[in-house]
Ligand binder design. Structure first.
Ligand code: SME
Length: 158
């Protein structure tokens, strides 16, 4: 897909320059990604639940209502958070333990987010298309994640 991820990352940095607080920053980033990237049915964030550190809790997103809690190690999001590795899933139905929040999802990409060297949550993007995401999307979304990590104020989430 011909998406200018460098421009997207620059837009995220511009959001943070006007307001670095994590909540509006992640809310506007999910809206931007959902608007600009073609063929998505969900784009948003799961963040560490500070009362229960081995659990992710639903954060800002665009798309249909979604699962609220995901344990570390469970599903694509929990696997990305626990292993601190990007998950590029061409067919979610072949991913052991995939959590189907929206039955329209067929492929998914999940990128861990960090603050002070620790995983604080994940960026999760879903598509109704099989094999929607490739290495260019992974590299581009890492630029977006880096922009968030470098410019956002995540102190409350650590
Ligand atoms: N599919 C995800 C759950 C989150 S929804 O896609 C929004 C997973 O398996 O972790």
């Amino acid at each position: 897909m011909n998406v200018d991820y460098t421009l997207l990352a620059a837009q995220v940095r511009a959001f943070a320059e006007s307001e670095p607080n994590w909540l509006p920053l992640l809310a506007n980033t999910s809206a931007l990604l959902y608007e600009v990237l073609p063929d998505l049915n969900w784009a948003g964030f799961y963040l560490n639940d500070r009362k229960n550190p081995q659990e992710l809790i639903l954060g800002p997103f665009q798309g249909k209502t979604a699962c609220i809690r995901i344990a570390y190690g469970k599903g694509v999001c929990g696997t990305a958070a626990q292993s601190d590795t990007l998950q590029l899933v061409p067919n979610v139905h072949e991913f052991p333990g995939h959590i189907a929040c929206d039955s329209a999802s067929n492929s998914e990409i999940v990128i861990p987010l960090h603050a002070e060297g620790k995983v604080i949550g994940v960026l999760d993007i879903d598509s109704p298309l099989l094999e929607r995401f490739d290495g260019r999307d992974a590299a581009g979304l890492l630029l977006v994640a880096n922009a968030l990590e470098e410019t956002g104020d995540f102190k409350e989430r650590i």
